[in-house]
Design a protein around this ligand. Structure first.
Ligand SMILES: [Cu+2]
Length: 148
């Protein structure tokens, strides 16, 4: 009996560091939309405490959720879909206008300034296990996002 308990406790202690792999999400916001608009961009800063990967996500506000990047191609700004976004240990990855972002596609309704936009990000931890990250982003006016 005692031995079983000890094994169990040791097991829990050893398992603990794997659970510590996490991603800090800061300054999450979504660009508010005009009525009838079909897509919206989402932005945030992501800092992982281990080498992790952002795989995608879901949100109740849209039918689809994609990872995108804006890139200059032959003098034209183009948007490309990304299969995943690497989150290197300790480095803040900025999703911001003109660069990496998440995109809500097939909006179920208008996103108004001040509205909270829920989403669940799916990240792959250093140990290969997938984790869900619940994020509540605030909708801001189109002109409200300043470039730094
Ligand atoms: Cu996009």
């Amino acid at each position: 009996m005692q031995r079983t308990l000890l094994t169990l406790l040791l097991g829990l202690t050893l398992a603990a560091p794997a659970v510590a792999d996490s991603v800090k999400v800061e300054n999450a916001w979504v660009r508010a939309t005009a009525p009838g608009q079909q897509v919206a961009g989402g932005f945030m800063n992501l800092t992982a405490d281990a080498d992790m990967t952002l795989l995608g996500g879901v949100s109740p506000v849209s039918k689809a959720f994609e990872l995108h990047i804006m890139k200059m191609e032959n003098g034209v700004m183009e948007m490309r879909q990304m299969k995943e976004i690497a989150l290197p240990k300790g480095k803040t990855v900025s999703l911001e206008p003109g660069g990496l972002h998440v995109m809500f596609i097939g909006l179920r309704g208008q996103i108004k300034p001040g509205q909270k936009v829920p989403m669940t990000l799916i990240v792959k931890a250093a140990d290969g296990k997938e984790q869900k990250l619940v994020v509540a982003a605030e909708a801001r006016k189109a002109g409200g996002g300043h470039h730094h």
